[in-house]
Write a protein that binds this ligand. Structure first.
Ligand SMILES: [Zn+2]
Length: 270
């Protein structure tokens, strides 16, 4: 699943390719990708320009003249850009631009979603309405207040996008390792100082991953041929039985609420 750094990479790559282009046609080949009336979606996008592209959490936001188009890649969603009309069986939407170039939405699992929002109403859109703040924006007090209501493992809490947005499985393992916190610790037993440590390590980890274009673990590759190099920098995730980079004890793999979780049992004893 693309995580925040991968989505940021997709946003930056798309900005270099399609900014200011005008949409002249939209073909939808799999209606369930569109969380909106499909015919309206196709009609309302005609003659809209791509004014800006940004993201909120892991949702890509295309700013158009009259709307925002929201895109959630979920498991396997990708964008490809072409100078000719190309379609394969996993191409579910094709946006045609006025300069005869094309943006394809491609999704082998079909879990991704596209939707439209009026400009005045973006923050009420269901894709982002209940999303927590990102590590870049949340304070230690805000994180502490959210965690103190939860008796679930801290790992599970940090994956909950309502608590903090943008962290996926890989990054939570790395952040908890750097913070010397056991992933099974109860969220409501994490101190406010530890919340600050978690936030600091989220920012360090995400910024490093963004600079390196994210990761390519599992089948994920960023759109348009950009591959992430952050997997070369991972400290514990996927490192079962290897030596901890800090204390040289063996890294173990456990399950936390069904998610494969890597930790150093010595550094993350508590
Ligand atoms: Zn260790």
């Amino acid at each position: 699943m693309p995580e925040l750094p991968e989505v940021e990479t997709v946003v930056q790559t798309l900005k270099n390719l399609i900014l200011n282009k005008k949409i002249i046609k939209v073909d939808v080949f799999w209606n369930n990708i569109i969380s909106y009336d499909v015919n309206k979606f196709k009609d309302e996008l005609i003659n809209q320009h791509i004014i800006d592209i940004k993201r909120i959490g892991k949702v890509i936001i295309f700013e158009l003249d009259d709307y925002y188009m929201l895109s959630h890649l979920r498991m396997e969603g990708k964008y490809y850009y072409y100078n000719k009309y190309v379609k394969d069986k996993h191409t579910h939407v094709i946006f045609s631009f006025d300069d005869n170039s094309f943006l394809n939405y491609h999704d082998t699992r079909k879990f991704g979603k596209l939707s439209l929002s009026f400009k005045t109403n973006l923050m009420n859109h269901p894709f982002i309405k209940d999303m927590g703040k990102e590590p870049f924006d949340i304070t230690s007090q805000e994180l502490f207040d959210k965690l103190k209501k939860k008796s679930i493992p801290i790992k599970t809490a940090l994956l909950d996008q309502h608590i903090i947005a943008g962290l996926g499985n890989i990054y939570v393992d790395e952040v908890l390792f750097l913070s010397k916190i056991n992933p099974l610790r109860k969220a409501n037993e994490v101190s406010i100082n530890e919340c600050q440590t978690i936030i600091d390590n989220c920012i360090i980890t995400l910024n490093k991953a963004i600079a390196l274009g994210g990761t390519t673990i599992r089948s994920y590759t960023s759109s348009l041929g950009v591959t992430g190099r952050f997997q070369n920098e991972l400290l514990v995730h996927t490192k079962e039985n290897e030596a901890c980079p800090v204390c040289h004890h063996r890294i173990i793999k456990i399950k936390v609420h069904g998610r494969g979780t890597y930790l150093c049992p010595h550094c993350q004893e508590k």
